[in-house]
Every structure is written in C-alpha cells, then in structure tokens.
Design a protein around this ligand. Structure first.
Ligand code: BTN
Length: 271
C-alpha cells in the first residue's frame, strides 16, 4: 500500500492506495482497528481513506451483491468518518449529493458537460437516466462510519449482465476523467457539506424520478426467486429521516426506510 498524493481536507487524515484488495471496506476497517488498538503507523484517523485499483470481493449494499469494476479504470475507496456521523440521517444520500456536486465541478473544470445531469436514486445510487454510475455503501461500527464509494470513471464497456444498467463519467461526458481530481473534489464537498442543515433541499433537487411513477419493493432484500409483486406509486420526495415518500394511485402516501426502487414499469398508472 502506498501513500496517495492527494489533498485530503480532513484534519490529520491520511490517504492510501492499494493495487489490489479484497474490498476497501474490509481494509479500512482493518486499518482503523489496528490503529485504534496499537497506535502508530499506518495512522488511520477519521477522514482517512483507502483506495484500490482493483477489488477481488467488492461489495454492494444488497446482501450477496458484488461491485464489479475494471482494474485501474474507476474510483474505488472507503472513507472513515467519525462515530458522530452515525447520527446523520440519510448519510448515503448526503454523500451522493457531494459526489454529484464533485462530478459537476469536474466537468466544469475541463469545459465538458454531461449528456444529462446526474441524479440521486434513493437510497444510495448516482444515475444518468436509468444507468448507474456510482454506488455508496455506509457501514458503521464503534470505530465510526465506513463510507464505501465506487464511481465508474473511465470504464467504457461493462459485463453482459450490467449492459444498459451501468454507465461511467467518461461515457456521459465523452472524454476521460482524472480520477484523483474527482476524489479531491468529493473530499472537499464532503468536508464542507456533510453536516449541512440544507441537505434535504439539495438531495430533493437531485432526486431521480421525483414526481414520476416508480416501481418499489418495500422492506429488506427478498430472497432470490421469492420477490413480492412490486408496488407502483408516484415518488413524492424524502422525509427528514431520509425515508422515501411514495403516493399510491388512491392518493395515500407512505414513507419507507428500506426497500429497492426500480425503473418504472412500461405501462403507466393515472396520476
Ligand atoms: C451499491 O451500489 O450497492 C454500493 C456499492 C459500493 C461499492 C464500493 S466500491 C468501494 C467500496 N468497497 C466495497 O467493497 N464496496 C464499496
């Protein structure tokens, strides 16, 4: 593992880069617990991060789902946040808003523009249309919150099973991006805005399919092959807890803290 030569605005934070890891989530937890138990090097206080060029067991939010990424093409990292971050509601959406802001700033800095603006798909994805460009996985322990962020940066081809469902900043901008410049911009946004009281307005403005019809599987991930019939409703926003507010065709609204949003069904329902 080497020291990553980027600007990390979190006080005393360290940034590391590994060529290949099982998962940056696991490595960040190992580094944090080793540093907490023994002190000394390598230091890994809150604000520190570990990035990898490649992961052999990159994890997604849903149990059993892998995060697939071509080696050396994308941004894969885990940021250790202080234990106080646990009390921040909708943390993955706040982080997603920071990634959207950073991606827009990166595009501006190279005089490029996205084919369409990035949107936040509740609860943790950054989308261009119906294709995902970034996933966020927040896990917490007594050592703090471990925010794992995977941004598809320069990958242009995806495995068959992801085709049409995954995209990258390079595909959306029509040119390569500097992964480390993006990382610095993300860290800057997170350091300045993570605890921002106006997170709900910011996230609300970026929300994928706001006001539109969606398909939703409520609750924890179902076992494969045992999926219930998805609910069809209109996406009305998010509440102060970060729960997804849906309005059913009969006009009743309900807020959901867990579940999976899907691309809308082909045939619509009447508003
Ligand atoms: C999701 O969309 O379900 C979340 C994906 C999170 C992927 C990132 S890549 C860096 C970090 N390490 C992991 O193993 N997962 C996260």
């Amino acid at each position: 593992m080497e020291i990553l030569g980027i600007e990390n605005p979190f006080p005393l934070a360290r940034s590391y880069l590994a060529r290949s890891l099982d998962s940056t989530q696991e490595e960040a937890k190992r580094l944090a617990s080793r540093w907490a138990a023994e002190g000394g090097e390598p230091a890994f206080p809150p604000g520190s991060l570990v990035a990898a060029e490649e992961q052999s067991a990159g994890r997604g939010r849903m149990p059993g789902r892998r995060w697939s990424s071509s080696p050396g093409q994308n941004l894969l990292f885990t940021l250790r946040l202080s234990p106080e971050a646990v009390r921040l509601s909708a943390l993955p959406l706040r982080i997603g808003a920071a990634v959207c802001g950073a991606a827009a700033a990166l595009a501006d800095s190279i005089g490029a523009s996205f084919r369409e603006p990035p949107r936040l798909k509740w609860p943790n994805d950054l989308m261009f249309g119906n294709a995902k460009a970034c996933g966020i996985l927040c896990e917490s322990s007594g050592l703090g919150v471990f925010a794992g962020i995977g941004v598809n940066c320069n990958q242009r081809a995806f495995p068959e099973e992801l085709r049409g469902r995954a995209t990258s900043l390079a595909l959306e901008l029509g040119r390569e991006v500097d992964r480390w410049a993006l990382l610095e911009l993300i860290l800057g946004e997170l350091e300045s805005s993570l605890e921002d009281g106006s997170w709900r307005e910011r996230v609300g403005r970026l929300l994928w399919r706001a006001g539109e019809e969606v398909s939703f599987l409520p609750g924890p991930a179902p076992e494969p092959g045992r999926e219930p019939e998805p609910l069809r409703a209109f996406l009305r926003g998010i509440d102060e807890r970060g729960a997804l507010v849906l309005e059913r065709p009969d006009g009743t609204a309900e807020a959901y803290l867990a579940g999976e949003l899907r691309a809308p069904p082909v045939s619509g329902i009447k508003s």
